[in-house]
Design a protein around this ligand. Structure first.
Ligand code: FES
Ligand code: FES
Length: 913
């Protein structure tokens, strides 16, 4: 791509005249982002699939990534940031998005609001279908769309009343304003235009040896190239991984690659060179080898070993046993068994991995999207061979993560590039390389046998789960450990055996994805529960209620909770709708031959935090002389709301309104380690650290004032007032000495959940708390086409204490949408579904109404009783849908996604007898 000599192109951008010299082939999105500073236009695919880049061109919504820049000559372009400054409709929508909780990570928000502006300019009172049509081209992976629809339909929804923001209040996201105005800065938004960029050379084969050509010569022939990085450029160790003893993935493969998309080298060059670069010109000779791409192939006796020290290609295993499952199943009145399979699921966050790095005063600074800044720091220490003090991680906003941004991706490449060139560098993965090279949900192959007696009580449970862990370890051991603990579901089962194995293949590494293997095991367990209930002759809901775990009953790990077990309440909350919807479905089905409706349910549980491992979070706070209260909150907010929820907990503990708190986000130089955003731990673990910090700061204030513990605090300019019954104490902050950070009072507290290791039978206390869920769904199946349309979800979730009910609902909606995708449409196939055109995720038109029922069964360990939530919501969704399909058609789907062809085939098998 090169600059042409034609005349300047003139257009109007957000009400102002602009000109630019045209460049052949330049996208409008690129021109606006890089030359006009419109970083409010987001790039999720560069292919017209995601709508993140939506702008208004003469009032019509267009994908700026598909629009040639030169087409704007004489026309008007509007983007979110501009609209927000002058357009009343956009301003109302922005407020409405905040009031409804319609922006989570916010990466889709510009595209959503811009599209909604176009709709509302034409139609002041749209209905739901109009909104779905207008927003149909914009993908959101976080919200489940329902709150976005509400925000567009109801722009006059009042803002929450100004209040303290203490726990229990649905305050607006504290970081929301910049999301709805286009000011939020994600991984690709922080680098200055013109910064050197990076092109990563990746394996085109599942496994191959390779020989690099003369790179020196190649550089000499291309003056735009600053350098080429290979494994030889790594000053430390060419290895990374998220679990100690399982760090097995190279930054750049050496001699042989193990999966399609694996990095072997990276070119650092001027942006123009990178944009036009043809990887076919790169001097490398590939020699494709025989690959193993299924668990069966990888375990065959002649299968090549991916890692020579791991026999049979087995990475890891997990095991939990209590009682005698074999004997119990033999004695059971009824038994059922089945095999259930699932494929790779792609996280599909709208923001691909992106970041920027530079050397400042000899230190490496990496600004990138991440779920785990301190883990990134620790990984770079090993790779760069540098002391941690020489590295700084400054996370950008994160446009969705769902587990995959726990692993490092482009951070070491950025760091190595800036280290070698001494220049700032920038890298954003294309959608395809993001999908090829980052982790996925583990494909599963589960066999399960369950027994029960005639009274409905479960009698024996035997589970074997094989998981395709891909080429490298990533979170495979975590999945292998977590699944046997959870495979029972939240039920009382005395005789239990669960075995899991993680098997290497030449597929992309499987890692963390909302649920860590539990959604896969729940598909098997909850499907067979329905089969078993039917065999016994019991109602599926009553069967579950009968067997539901209660306080003081041991889990399959022998862990006994004396409080906080909320599954029964979740299930019972569904009972009225369950009975009513069955009646309605039956009535519908008597009148319809082709379309059939069914009702299904499933439940789930999820242990919050690491499994039997230390899991600390630290939160720091301080007060400046001028009275400003500062909260150093390092728990990454990837859209789930940690910035808001943790601040609400802290505010409650200290006794100050959230609106008076200055929030300092994650930055490894200035914010203590709040651990990774994973395993539904931030509300629970970092929330507790925030509570302890707030309490400690409050105690410190009261000590200075001699105030009683129940004193009411009032924070003013340079002073704090404590009212203790009728006595008022004043603390003059100007008289206190400020420390190195400018704080006159400070606190820093750590919380680590109490857990116990699992013994050789998986007995112990793996988690300090579990959260619980039960969901039901009504589906309509076209029995000729095999299509499945969910009509409504009802979701009951025990969250212990809802710190912010609107954010709780948002998590539930988003998890259900992802579970629906897993159940019905999503399967990543290397080489075939590597973009958002071939890999389908739910759109706004796919998500039906969702009724949420929030159950608050307080947990003794949770901050003010709160439990984690993020993972739990996805666990029951897929099995509930599969059970509903069975209820509608009599066809039992045992392999997800339940695509129309699979559903049609299963129905055909029944009809053919
Ligand atoms: S970035 Fe333009 S549609 Fe995805
Ligand atoms: S809020 Fe829509 S993608 Fe995150």
């Amino acid at each position: 791509m090169s600059e042409t000599n034609s005349a300047l192109t003139s257009f109007t951008l957000n009400g102002k005249a602009e000109t630019f010299s045209p460049i052949a082939g330049e996208r409008l999105s690129e021109m606006l982002r890089e030359r006009s500073g419109c970083r409010d236009i987001k790039i999720g695919c560069n292919a017209g699939d995601c709508g993140a880049c939506s702008v208004l061109l003469d009032g019509d919504v267009v994908c700026a990534c598909l629009t040639p820049a030169q087409q704007v000559e004489g026309r008007t372009v509007e983007t979110l940031n501009g609209l927000h400054s002058y357009d009343v409709i956009a301003q109302d929508l922005a407020e409405s998005f905040l009031n409804h909780g319609a922006a989570q990570c916010g990466i889709c928000t510009p595209g959503m609001i811009v599209s909604a502006v176009a709709l509302l300019r034409e139609n002041k009172a749209p209905n739901e279908e109009n909104v779905k049509d207008a927003l149909g081209g914009v993908l959101c992976r976080c919200t489940g769309y329902r709150k976005i629809i509400d925000a567009v339909l109801d722009t006059t929804h009042p803002a929450p009343a100004e209040d303290s923001g203490y726990i229990g209040q649905s305050i607006r996201r504290l970081d929301g304003q910049r999301k709805v105005s286009g000011l939020d800065m994600f991984g690709d938004d922080v680098a200055p235009s013109g910064t050197d960029e990076i092109f990563v050379i990746r394996s085109p084969y599942p496994t191959a040896t390779f020989t690099l050509g003369d790179l020196e010569q190649y550089i000499n022939n291309n003056s735009s190239i600053s350098t080429i990085l290979t494994a030889k450029d790594i000053p430390g160790e060419n290895t990374f991984g998220v679990i100690p003893d399982f760090q097995d993935q190279p930054v750049f493969a050496e001699a042989q690659t193990r999966f399609r998309g694996e990095a072997v080298a990276a070119i650092v060059a001027k942006p123009e060179f990178i944009r036009d670069f043809d990887p076919e010109t790169f001097p490398i000779i590939w020699n494709e080898k025989n690959a193993v791409q299924s668990v069966e192939a990888a375990q065959a006796s002649e299968a090549p070993l991916l890692h020579k020290e791991r026999s049979n290609n087995q990475l890891c295993g997990g095991f939990v046993q209590c009682g005698d499952a074999e004997r119990s199943l033999k004695d059971a009145d009824f038994t059922v068994e089945g095999r259930f399979q699932s494929g790779f699921v792609e996280h599909g966050y709208i923001e691909p991995e992106a970041g920027f790095a530079e050397v400042i005063n000899g230190r490496i600074e990496v600004h990138a999207c991440t779920q785990a800044p301190v883990m990134d720091l620790e990984a770079l220490e090993i790779i760069l061979g540098m002391d941690q003090s020489q590295i700084r991680i400054v996370p950008t906003s994160v446009g969705g993560g769902f587990g995959s941004k726990l692993d490092i991706s482009l951070q070491p490449i950025l760091a190595l590039a800036t280290l070698k060139t001494g220049k700032p560098v920038r890298l954003t993965y294309s959608r395809t390389e993001s999908m090829q090279s980052t982790t996925k949900r583990h494909p599963s192959d589960i066999t399960l046998k369950i027994g029960a007696n005639a009274d409905g009580k479960i009698q024996g449970f035997d589970f074997l789960g094989l998981f395709d862990t891909g080429a490298y370890a990533s979170w495979g051991p975590t999945v292998a450990n977590r699944v046997p603990v959870h495979a029972s579901g939240p039920y009382k089962i005395s005789d239990y055996r669960a075995v899991s194995k993680g098997i290497h293949t030449n597929n992309p590494p499987s890692g963390a994805f909302r649920g860590f293997g539990v959604p896969q095991s729940a598909i098997a367990q909850e499907s067979l529960f329905d089969v078993l209930a039917k065999k016994i002759g019991m109602d599926a809901l009553e069967f579950r209620i009968l067997n539901a775990l209660e306080n003081n009953q041991p889990t399959v790990c022998g862990q006994v909770f004396s409080q906080g077990v909320g599954i029964k309440k979740c299930l019972e909350a569904l009972r009225p709708a369950w009975n009513e919807q069955h009646t309605l479905a039956k009535r519908f089905n008597t009148k319809n031959d082709v379309l059939k409706r069914g009702v299904g349910l499933a439940s789930g549980w999820y242990g919050c935090g690491n499994t039997s491992l230390p899991n600390p979070s630290t939160i720091k706070c301080g007060i400046r002389k001028d009275g400003t209260v500062v909260l150093h909150q390092g728990a990454m907010d990837i859209g789930q709301g940690a910035n808001t929820v943790i601040t609400q907990v802290f505010a409650t503990a200290l006794g100050i309104s959230t609106s008076k708190i200055e929030l300092v986000g994650a930055d490894t130089d200035i914010t203590p380690d709040a651990g990774k955003t994973s395993a539904s731990r931030q509300t629970f673990v970092s929330g507790n650290a925030a509570r302890l910090s707030g309490e400690a700061l409050r105690a410190s204030i009261l000590q200075h004032l001699n105030g009683g513990v129940n004193s009411k605090l009032k924070f003013g300019k340079g002073m704090i007032e404590a009212k203790d019954q009728e006595t008022v104490h004043i603390l003059d902050l100007s008289r206190l000495d400020a420390d190195y950070e400018g704080y006159v009072l400070r606190a820093e507290e750590t919380y680590d959940p109490p857990t116990l290791p699992l013994d050789e039978n998986g007995q112990g206390s793996p988690y300090a708390q579990f959260g619980y869920a039960a969901q039901m769904v009504i589906v309509e199946v076209d029995t000729e086409l095999g299509t499945v349309k969910p009509l409504k979800f009802i979701a009951a979730h025990d969250v212990g204490r809802a710190i912010n009910p609107v954010l709780v609902e948002g998590q539930i909606h988003g998890g259900i949408a992802q579970g629906m995708g897993m159940a019905l449409m999503e399967e990543y196939i290397p080489g075939r579904t590597e973009n958002l055109h071939d890999y389908l995720i739910p759109t706004v038109g796919d998500i039906p109404p969702i009724d949420t029922i929030i159950i608050e069964e307080p947990d003794a360990h949770g901050p003010y009783g709160a439990k984690g939530l993020g993972e739990h919501v996805l666990v029951p969704t897929a099995p509930a849908i599969l059970n509903a399909i069975y209820n509608a058609t009599g066809a039992r789907i045992t392999k997800v996604p339940a695509t129309p062809s699979r559903v049609r085939q299963a129905i055909k098998v029944i009809h053919d007898g």
